[in-house]
Design a protein around this ligand. Structure first.
Ligand SMILES: O=CC(=O)O
Length: 313
């Protein structure tokens, strides 16, 4: 009997096959497609394999009377209304840890690309501008500078460890001070931003962290400042960030996440002081495979009545 719903348009063929080869499943690309599944099939669904960032709230849960688990593909589960799930006795799982290295790698890559002006440099080498205009204007030294990590969770920690190897002076803000000798704790993000040149955002998403990196924090970063965001577009005041990038109030940004993905604000494309990525922090073959396995295994554990591997609630 069909008992798993694949919800979301973004599953790759391999990810889909991993689920459909084990489970008797049905698919819905969009939220509104759930209602189109016939009622008796819907009543049998015990698990949702979810991939994407569409809101998954009470309205969908209430169409699936037998639902017991939502297994999210991704560490961030801000799209899922966990409170509504808990109130209905529905478990939520995510895919933590397996993606920490890749997301941290991309944060460092964007920081370096931005400080060394690599996007503009690439265009100069590629287009013949090098022969016409000569060398690139001198750019910024990254090694040995100061960095502020906003959110020293699992991913923030990986980023800080990498940047420490670049001889950077590590500052961070977090809910609480950590045991990290030599690193400087700031209890608020404005103080953190005013102490550093690079500000790397590694927060969880959701209402609690909305616009945590405020207009005031961006202003405090100053004209040498670079923002790197690999968390969620919601964690930064995006309008204030765009204003600061356009006016030169900060030097630049490296961004993997935005408001309104994938239709991002066109003002970003007009800037030459940013490196932009299409939310691909965990997007390697190795890590996406590990995430797919973890999502699959959480569902298998639930259906077998075993403990979930990576529960959220
Ligand atoms: O954004 C990606 C994730 O939350 O895993």
């Amino acid at each position: 009997m069909t008992n798993v719903l694949l919800l979301g348009a973004g599953f790759t063929a391999d990810e889909r096959a991993r689920l459909t080869e084990t489970f008797d499943s049905v698919s819905a690309a969009q939220a509104e497609d759930v209602a189109k599944i016939d009622a008796s099939t819907r009543a049998g669904i015990k698990a949702v394999a979810f991939k994407g960032h569409m809101p998954l709230g009470a309205a969908i849960m209430d169409q699936l009377a037998g639902l017991g688990v939502i297994a999210n593909f991704g560490v961030g589960y801000d799209a899922i209304d966990v409170t509504a799930a808990s109130a209905r006795g529905i478990k939520v799982t995510n895919t933590p840890d397996v993606l920490n290295d890749d997301v941290a790698d991309l944060a460092v890559a964007m920081l370096l690309a931005q400080s060394r002006n690599m996007i503009v440099g690439d265009a100069r080498a590629r287009t013949g501008l090098w022969a016409k205009e000569g060398e690139l204007p001198l750019n910024r030294k990254a090694s040995g500078s100061s960095v502020g990590i906003v959110g020293l969770g699992r991913i923030g920690r990986e980023i800080a460890d990498r940047l420490a190897a670049f001889k950077m002076d590590i500052h961070y803000s977090s809910r609480s001070e950590k045991q990290t000798p030599g690193w400087t704790y700031h209890s608020d993000v404005v103080s953190l931003a005013s102490a550093v040149d690079f500000l790397v955002i590694a927060l969880v998403g959701g209402a609690e962290t909305e616009k945590h990196v405020s207009a005031e924090a961006i202003a405090a970063l100053g004209p040498r400042g670079v923002v790197v965001n690999i968390s969620r577009g919601t964690t930064v005041d995006e309008a204030a960030l765009l204003d600061a990038l356009e006016s030169g109030a900060i030097a630049g940004a490296g961004l993997d996440v935005f408001m309104n993905e994938p239709n991002i604000d066109p003002r970003f494309a007009a800037l030459d002081n940013v490196v932009l990525q299409p939310h691909q922090g965990s997007g390697t073959v190795e890590t996406r495979t590990a995430m797919a396995v973890l999502q699959h295994d959480n569902i298998a554990a639930f259906l077998a009545g075993q403990d979930l591997l990576t529960p959220v609630n």
